[in-house]
Design a binder for this molecule. Sequence first.
Ligand code: 3PG
Length: 308
Amino acid sequence: MSKKILVATEKPFAQPAIDGISKVVSEAGYKLVLLENYQTTEELIAALADVQAVIVRSDKMTAEVIERAPQLEIIVRAGAGYDNVDLAAATKKNIVVMNTPGQNANAVAELAYGMMLNLARKGFTGKSGSELKGKTMGIHAYGAIGRRVAEIARGFGMEVIAFRPTNPVARVQEDGTRTVASAEELYSSSDYISLNLPKNKETTKSINFELMSKMKKGAAIINTARAEIIDEEGLLKMFEERPDFKYASDIAPECKAEIEEKYAGRFFFTPKKMGAQTEEANVNAGIAAASQIVSFFKTGDKTFQVNK
Ligand code: 3PG
């Protein structure tokens, strides 16, 4: 019987991405099933009942969801961060989990600049703002998104520095980005800090008051990673104790209401996670996900597996 591939997206892809995924799936002789804009976990579980593969975005593939997907062989997160997939539960059931690294990096990097310009130009209110040229862009973690943030920074005439302890220094230096030795040095030397860290046990709440308090006067944090990597108690303390501090985030922190009430003009939050929400990124990540599933089924290819 032909394999069924489910696309389960609470936040749907643009139509051209669905068209591209559909083409890849049908040319391989498989069947595509769509579950878009769903509201409940039960709907997701029901749709998973008879499929062998699923493509998701930030959809929550919890242990319960995975355990109740009897025929599932592969989950592909069409995107970079896979903190929404319970890897241990998948591994227990011999389900391969993959992401599609780099496919939406440009969209996320461009959004970082959209948010940066919003802060620099004081929310486009008509008040005199500042320029990015000549400022220092500090990149915290230097994967595909961090590298793209660096490239764009050079176009703006910014100086670029980066810190990522897990990356080989040589790789960062190859493209002209200067590395700094510690997160503290990055925070104390940058006018804008772009957070490009994955969310995991080590990074959750890792951007804390101690680190943020090292920031230069007037500096801003731009968070296109995950809201949870910021320690919100520390964030509120920064807003309170450092009237020069600004923060932009895709998406808003839990303490959004308090920030909105007390710190007008110093923040920007997207209403829904927007980083990868472009037609181009949807096409890139969606088609990559479908192609990875097809090669896994046809040849056993496990490139991009993240639960090894
Ligand atoms: C990612 O990790 O790839 C981005 O955060 C995009 O998430 P999304 O697919 O839910 O928009």
